[in-house]
Design a protein. Sequence first.
Length: 429
Amino acid sequence: MDKVVGLCKRRGFVFQSAEIYGGFRSTYDYGPPGVNLLRNVKNAWWEAMVQRRDDVVGLDAAVLSPPAVWQASGHLSNFTDPLVDCRHCHQRWREDRIEGVCPNCGSTEFTEARAFNLMFKTHAGPIEDEGAVAYLRPETAQGMFTNFANVLQTTRKKPPFGIAQVGKSFRNEITPQNFVFRTREFEQMEMEYFVPPREADEWFRYWLDERYRWYLDMGIHESELRLRHHGADELSHYSAATADVEFLFPWGWDELEGIANRTDFDLLAHAEASGERLEYFDQPSGERYVPYVIEPAAGATRTMMAFLLSAYHEDEVGGEARTVLRLHPRLAPYQVAVLPLSKKETLAPLAREVLTSLQPHFMCDFDVTQSIGRRYRRQDEVGTPWCVTVDFDSIDDRAVTVRDRDTTDQARVPVEGLVAELRRRIDRA
Ligand code: ATP
């Protein structure tokens, strides 16, 4: 964990937010490679969940929302964590995370637990009175429920169909911890899949399999991944069944994604509170029903951290130690680095030509500093799968050397065939 956090800081994946003012606890900024990695995680999710399916459509709903939404969804009354104060050192903790012992001072005496609501409350407009109260969404899901009828009407979808969204959510976590694992501002990737109620169990199982496989496809090893079903006492207020995809973090198994059968809880609640009809009418059969909802809910920032932990390796190349991020090429911050062998002017025009021929297709880095060996190490450390070296022979034979991050094998490839060759390698990964 320390090594990955160190790498993130050293190479600019993640910065402490407001660092020049001493930092703002539990908020992070994503630097140049970090923003690429995070974007790639979200794009890979979007591709699997929306682009490659004809039964799921996208949505981007507002973060600011009126109390009515959270009143109806049950979050105003139920979205709480049990807060206790240590009677000895007065630190505050989430009761269900500390097993009766204060992590700060070891005391076992606490105040009675109080239900602490995790939603951030603010005011919309210039007057800070009750009528102006607004909330930052604690999950993206409610946007899909409040827009259910809009999407149904405008897309003519019929159950089973889904609405997917990627975006920021905010929770006033009592104890944010473990770097970007639990923060107060984070990004979610959620999909609400609306199904005929009798098919809910079947679709729940289907999405468990799909989501578990996605992490494997993106390079996480089977030994680091498991599915864990929730016991009845663990279920959220809306859920009939939940299972988590868990990753083996350095502190043990912990959640990456929750897959829940939310039943018709949310649509019924919003229909009742708003007076709108939130149901599906099947014309051919004349059947009218409120769909059940299967929800795979993942965290983009938390998942990014799991990919980093899983990819981090230290090995030896030619007797020299190196740090390498074995990220899936789809996720790597840069797919290619173009490295002119020397700073000499004679190489510059061809190196630039190679770079501009690759840029429309891949995220590229360009580095002319230091020895070629050091530049390879720098690229290994941020997970760049291929380095393209332009040398003095390249001017005559119009070919470049492609060096593979994982095997360090090198191959000579004609400049004209380079895009196709790299595309082929990514597709094979
Ligand atoms: P926990 O019990 O750990 O507080 P949760 O079960 O309430 O989390 P969900 O509401 O199921 O979490 O949220 C779906 C996903 O959103 C989680 O699996 C996680 O990846 C992500 N997520 C939730 N809270 C946070 C947070 N504070 N920081 C980062 N990611 C989060």
